[in-house]
Design a protein around this ligand. Structure first.
Ligand SMILES: Nc1ncnc2c1ncn2[C@@H]1O[C@H](COP(=O)(O)OP(=O)(O)O)[C@@H](O)[C@H]1O
Ligand SMILES: [Mg+2]
Length: 387
């Protein structure tokens, strides 16, 4: 299928969604109801003439969009969309209270590791890392979407999404997007180190048109310091929740620009989370290392097994410990989840992650980095399998 045909399919789906009826996005505060058009009738935005053409490959190289303008390149003078104010992600007074980032590993563990570097197991570790890196780097012909969700809040969805987005950016040379689909005052911008946010899914749902180029689109996204892009769901205010049609519009339209999109979803069984899980190429279900967390996740896996398109075969469980006092036996928990046929990757407790705030890759514990790479490799393996 050509990219053009694919775009037509997307637009047809979007029109069906608009006809089916979420209140149009312009009914929300911040946009002028009298002037903002519905997504399906939006004035096409002219791509800027002086921007470089996209590369011949399926995805432009990551650096290509990095010369982004302060004002979005594609902003057309006639486009009746009000530019949102830039909002800080953390109040400066709280930012001062955060203190220095901790190292994920203790001093004892770090010095033990430097001694071990001299042994034979070090070369095995390097071989394993190379194997995982190859899986993460697999080429894709069309954009792959990996949705991250859980059955409860506060278990590590956003942390896992941020780790995945960082890992894909680290290993891949094509563009990667971190898409926040949790309007409940999500924390993905903070975790990815964004100091401020402006455009959100809601506006982008109206602005995106098939004629836009990557450089036009990235003008509306937040560049992440370690590489890649972020689209937040909200500006960190209590407001209208993200609707399913908005999610579909944004995720379907953006996937043609990004080799990998990692979606930080709301908690199941929210409608947006279910849509995201259903439409993604691969899924990551985050389960906390507690008896009720693992038990509840098993129920979700049984639900996924009943979905069409072999949803379970493209699902990975991230078993997270967000406290050092988790006592559940890892082997027993993993075995219980594996009975459904899914792969389980344990994401260990990490002091740097527990601290909250921006994630600095260099501060992460070694086991955390390894687990993040394994998780990205497992998710990518599954995402590329699906057409
Ligand atoms: N592997 C981990 N080690 C230590 N703390 C973690 C880990 N994963 C998550 N956390 C902590 O758990 C809390 C909730 O994580 P978060 O990713 O925001 O969850 P969710 O998005 O599911 O609500 C955060 O305070 C975070 O610091
Ligand atoms: Mg979250």
């Amino acid at each position: 299928m050509t990219q053009g045909d694919w775009q037509h399919d997307v637009l047809r789906e979007l029109r069906q969604d608009a006809a089916a009826g979420e209140p149009p996005a312009h009914d929300q505060p911040g946009l002028s109801p009298s002037t903002a058009p519905a997504a399906s009738t939006a004035t096409p935005i002219e791509p800027r003439g002086d921007l470089p053409a996209r590369s011949a490959g399926p995805f432009p190289q990551a650096g290509q969009g990095s010369q982004q303008p302060a004002v979005p390149a594609a902003h057309h003078p006639q486009l009746p969309i009000v530019t949102p104010e830039s909002m800080r992600t953390i109040d400066p007074r709280l930012a001062r209270a955060m203190g220095h980032p901790l190292q994920g590993d203790s001093m004892a563990r770090r010095s033990g590791r430097s001694l071990r570097k001299l042994t034979a197991s070090a070369s095995q570790e390097v071989a394993e890392e190379t194997r995982l890196a190859r899986l993460v780097q697999q080429p894709v012909t069309t954009g792959r979407v990996i949705a991250v969700t859980s059955i409860r809040g506060g278990v590590g969805k956003t942390t896992t999404s941020a780790l995945l987005a960082r890992t894909f950016n680290h290993y891949r040379h094509d563009p990667v997007l971190a898409l926040e689909a949790d309007a409940a005052l999500g924390t993905l911008p903070v975790r990815l180190g964004a100091e401020s946010v402006r455009w959100t899914c809601r506006e982008l749902a109206q602005i995106l048109t098939p004629s836009m180029q990557l450089t036009d689109v990235t003008g509306y996204l937040v560049p992440v310091a370690d590489g890649g892009w972020l689209l937040p769901a909200s500006q960190g205010r209590v407001g209208a929740p993200l609707g399913t049609p908005t999610y579909r519009t944004v995720s379907l339209s953006l996937r043609r620009y990004f080799a990998v999109t990692v979606v930080d979803c709301e908690t199941l069984p929210g409608e947006v989370a279910r849509t995201a899980m259903d439409t993604a190429h691969a899924r990551v279900v985050v389960a906390p290392m507690t008896a009720e967390g693992v038990g509840g996740t098993r129920v979700v896996l049984d639900w996924l097994a009943r979905l069409p398109h072999s949803a379970l075969a493209t699902t990975v469980v991230a078993l997270t410990a967000n406290s050092p006092d988790m006592t559940l036996d890892l082997k027993a928990a993993t075995a219980h989840l594996r009975e459904t046929g899914v792969t389980v990757v344990a994401l260990p407790y990490d002091r740097h992650l527990a601290q909250g705030g921006p994630i600095h890759t260099a501060q992460l514990g070694q086991a955390t980095r390894r687990a993040a790479t394994s998780l990205a490799a497992e998710a990518m393996e599954r995402a590329v399998r699906v057409r």
